[in-house]
Ligand binder design. Structure first.
Ligand SMILES: [Zn+2]
Length: 192
């Protein structure tokens, strides 16, 4: 897990937007078969894809364990395949996930997809998760705030204690939300 985190730290963002630092490592019986990080071979290419499809494309990975610092993605724009598909087709037995993807469109989907396919999924321990949280500060922060003054935004109101910041400068609004029932949510004004 530590090695996957160290590998993730080599990643560099391909543009001005915040992107996650992601490292992936595949292990058979205690020996590392391969390792990769996001953007290692080409800008923006995902770590799991880089590892499975580019670095060890012909290796028999049946029964191996994959460590990945970020929950594997479940959707990519065609013709790219999501990382869960690469994982499933290689016969990997166990996946250790560093942190769930804070993007509300991806959150928990990768883990669910792997588990539904019969793959054993577990998580890195708390101290490792804390390292990844601080390494991915800017990436995580964008799902707690949107600087736009118009338009649409989507966020998970069960994250960040229900707080989400809208706008910027003098027009910055700290909003707060919580669950009310299965079909309703509360929005708070001035604490109430
Ligand atoms: Zn991916």
């Amino acid at each position: 897990m530590f090695q996957a985190i160290m590998s993730a730290r080599c990643g560099r963002s391909e543009d001005a937007r915040p992107h996650p630092k992601v490292g992936a490592l595949v292990v058979r019986q205690g020996s590392v078969v391969g390792t990769a990080y996001r953007g290692e071979l080409a800008a923006g290419e995902h770590a799991e894809f880089t590892l499975l499809q580019k670095k060890v494309p012909t290796e028999d990975l049946g029964g191996t364990t994959l460590f990945t610092t970020l929950e594997p993605c479940t959707t990519r724009n065609h013709p790219k395949k999501p990382c869960v598909e690469w994982i499933l087709e290689r016969g990997i037995h166990t996946v250790f996930v560093g942190m769930l993807d804070p993007n509300p469109q991806v959150y928990e989907q990768g883990v669910r997809r792997l588990r539904n396919a019969g793959i054993s999924v577990d998580f890195f321990p708390a101290d490792c998760r804390e390292m990844m949280r601080s390494d991915n500060d800017a990436f995580i922060e964008q799902f707690k705030a949107s600087p736009d003054l118009t338009g649409k935004v989507s966020f998970n109101f069960t994250h960040n204690e229900g707080k989400f910041t809208l706008g910027h400068g003098e027009l910055t609004f700290q909003t707060r939300w919580s669950n009310a029932s299965n079909s309703r949510i509360h929005v708070y004004t001035g604490g109430n």
